[in-house]
Ligand binder design. Structure first.
Ligand code: SAH
Length: 501
């Protein structure tokens, strides 16, 4: 028996997804650093400080007092009582001018010039934003960073089943929305477009659903926009004097936007954000004898990057204060570091406002915690952890997502929305019926495809090393099922979304 009509709909959708293996994704691709070694596991552990790279967490040099002080610090009892003091010892001393030719990349030169121009350090958030999305030379901007020849791999690249199950979720929500004739399907940060391609292929038989779709991709990278155009088999069609782009996978119009606010509103909306939030810039704060101080990126005298604590109060302390109001004093007492992501709060508010006025819902899947995130920022280049400050722009930077902060940000905006979860990815995909899907696909495939399906299935829902693996030890598939969490934000009119009942 199904627990709800929506769950019954999920089972019905699942039965009708085309029972075939798609040629879309290369089964050897993995989102996390493969082959999986102890070091790569650190990216997903709940204690991310086990990174083999030089410890990125604590500020070195110049702030000895703060470093010592933090161990004697009386834990504060509430974010409302933040104390801020000023340490001018961290002020920037410009190095001697050098006319030697520099081997610095454009991005490194740019970052150094910001620090020099300001005569002072920049926040970790500003550093992260420049490194990832600087319009000229940010990490995501000019290349395809995914896959074995790239830097990391995501769940949609691991298995077609991931996008298909998100499709089941989206179709169920559309049913709960009353099957509207037009729907904005918005994906935030679509990467290669693989998730959406698998979602559309999987839902091809549900013509009323695919006919309703108006696809909107929020993507800052022109290079990845082109990759998405190809993955979705897009073509440009003349409409009067203009052209519109249509995905030949389902006939739906597709458009690209630099940010969510540019997506036209007014239609019922389904939003998907997979591994988008972890790329948003975070501010890092460290407890010191003088109170909470923001961690900043500065230059040494020989012009290399280093962390320092803010020499003066920063505007982002307001966000720390906001975040701390959502936290118990017990939780605050336990942490020496806190990461806060104002951009995540802002985007969540936009999502909640949109869903509140247009109807529909959003699904957010990412690695993270349902509470304060302490010190999780990490850098991955070519599937290996590197130091956060090492050759910026050549490595992915990402941080754990603070799901509690997302929940509070959404709820503050509107009483018309409800927030569900987070639940683990394993529970989410399992309750939607991924085990039935893998069984159906296994009925009709080659031995090689079966191997890759089993491996992909484990990676999506398993926990730890796959017990069935007989291949090389250093390639043992590692499950992401409990490290990744799923959360939904829906308009209350829609009821409770599957599988959060
Ligand atoms: N969802 C995809 C890709 C995740 S990587 C997958 O699961 O495979 C993060 C994606 O978000 C990339 O496409 C990156 O270019 C995009 N992105 C990162 N920051 C962004 C921003 N501020 N605005 C728009 N897109 C962004």
């Amino acid at each position: 028996m199904f627990r709800s009509p929506a769950a019954a709909a999920a089972a019905a959708f699942l039965r009708l997804i085309a029972p075939r293996i798609s040629g879309g994704s290369d089964a050897t691709h993995r989102r996390f650093p493969p082959p999986v070694s102890a070091s790569s596991l650190a990216r997903f552990s709940s204690t991310p400080t086990s990174s083999p790279s030089p410890p990125p967490s604590s500020v070195s040099a110049r702030d000895d007092e703060a470093e010592d002080g933090q161990h004697q610090e009386e834990p504060r009892d509430s974010g409302a009582k933040l104390s801020i003091t000023v340490d001018r010892s961290g002020l920037y001393n410009p190095p001697e001018h050098s006319h030697e030719p520099s081997s610095d990349s454009e991005l490194v030169k740019h970052l150094k010039s910001i620090i020099k121009f300001r005569s002072g350090p920049i926040s970790v958030a500003e550093y992260m934003e420049e490194v990832l999305t600087n319009p000229q030379s940010g990490f995501y901007i000019n290349r395809d960073v995914f896959g074995p020849s790239g830097d990391f791999i995501t769940s949609p690249e691991v298995s077609q089943m991931f996008g298909e199950m998100i499709g089941v979720w989206a179709m169920c929500l559309w049913e709960q929305m009353g099957q509207p004739e037009k729907v904005n399907l918005i994906e935030l940060g679509p990467g290669r477009g693989t998730l959406l391609a698998d979602l559309l292929r999987g839902s091809a038989k549900f013509v009323n659903f695919t006919k309703a779709l108006n696809i909107n991709l929020v993507e800052c990278s022109p290079t990845l926009q082109k990759v998405q155009y190809n993955t979705l088999k897009c073509e440009d069609e003349p409409v009067g004097d203009e052209t519109r782009t249509v995905s030949k996978l389902c006939g739906a119009p597709v458009s690209w936007h630099a940010s969510l606010e540019h997506v036209p509103s007014g239609l019922p909306t389904i939003i998907v954000a997979h591994e988008f939030y972890d790329a948003l810039p975070i501010h890092q704060f460290q407890k010191a004898s003088r109170g909470w101080c923001e961690k900043m990126v500065d230059l040494t005298e020989d012009s290399s990057f280093r962390f320092v604590l803010s020499p003066q109060p920063t505007a982002s302390l307001l966000y720390l204060s906001k975040r701390c109001h959502w936290t118990s004093s017990e939780e605050l007492e336990k942490v020496e570091h806190i990461e806060v992501c104002p951009k995540a709060m802002e985007i969540t508010e936009e999502i909640a406002e949109r869903i509140s006025s247009d109807g529909g819902g959003a699904l957010i899947i990412d690695y993270g915690k349902d509470g304060i995130v302490s010190d999780s920022l990490q850098a991955i280049r070519k599937h290996k952890f590197v130091h956060i400050l090492d050759n910026p722009g050549s490595a992915d930077l990402s941080a754990y997502v603070d799901f509690a902060s997302i929940r509070h940000s959404a709820k503050e905006v509107s009483d018309d929305i409800s927030v569900h979860g987070p639940m683990t990815q394993s529970q989410f995909l399992g309750s939607l019926g991924i085990n039935f899907r893998v069984e159906a696909l296994l009925q009709n495939c080659t031995e090689e495809q079966a191997e890759s399906l089993r491996t992909g299935y484990w990676q999506l829902v398993g926990d730890g090393e796959a017990p069935f693996w007989e291949g090389p030890d250093d390639q043992t598939p590692i499950g992401m099922g409990t490290r990744y969490l799923a959360m939904a934000i829906v308009n209350k009119k829609q009821g409770t979304p599957v599988p959060f009942e």
